[in-house]
Design a protein. Structure first.
Length: 206
């Protein structure tokens, strides 16, 4: 029986509109790296609360076949709304995915590209640790993308890591005539490199 990977998350996971190309979440590149069917329910701006409130989580669960993998990565927007019960919302997703017969996988949020004095600066506060602790408590496989993407950006360095993100000077890209310097959202290259990290870990799990 073929396993399908179903993704829940924010814009760093989501498939971006064509008008934003080459901006891309890693989920859009995962199928090619993994060699398994991928259904991407991630959405730009999503939090653990809005993903449920907007019906995306219910839509994901309706497509689950027992044995499928449900991969969860939130945090970028949840940290903007600190009143949200982030860990408990993730715990609910884990329980409901299991009840549907799926195997949940938790991801810590991908790091932003923020450098100071030649060093990458963490931007997610305690959110990655909340995911790590929940994964351990609930015996859920963990993909530590905060750590993995930190190492990835550090390999490229402060200037070279721009190539992983949506960065263009003015007049270079027709969709960004005024230029763009986005240190949160990947370009195709960056999304593909992160997808390769996720795929490697999922192959161990699947």
């Amino acid at each position: 029986m073929s396993v399908t990977v179903l993704l829940a998350g924010d814009s760093t996971v989501a498939s971006c509109p064509a008008a934003e190309a080459p901006m891309s979440g890693w989920g859009a590149q995962l199928g090619a790296r993994l060699g398994l069917p991928v259904r991407n329910f991630a959405k730009g701006g999503a939090t653990t609360a809005s993903h449920r409130a907007e019906g995306l989580w219910a839509a994901l669960l309706r497509e689950v076949v027992p044995g499928d993998l449900v991969v969860l990565q939130f945090g970028h927007n949840d940290q903007k709304e600190p009143e949200l019960p982030y860990r408990e919302n993730l715990r609910g997703f884990v329980a409901e995915a299991r009840a549907a017969g799926a195997r949940p996988v938790l991801c810590t949020p991908v790091q932003r590209r923020r450098w100071a004095d030649g060093r990458l600066v963490p931007t997610h506060g305690g959110y990655p640790d909340q995911v790590r602790e929940l994964a351990a408590a609930e015996d859920v496989p963990l993909i530590d993308l905060t750590t993995a993407t930190t190492a990835l950006y550090e390999r490229y360095g402060p200037e070279g890591s721009k190539a992983l993100f949506t960065h263009f000077p003015p007049g270079v890209h027709p969709l960004y005539p005024g230029g763009v310097a986005d240190d949160t959202h990947f370009c195709f290259r960056g999304a593909d490199e992160v997808a390769a990290i996720v795929a490697e870990r999922l192959k161990e799990i699947a």
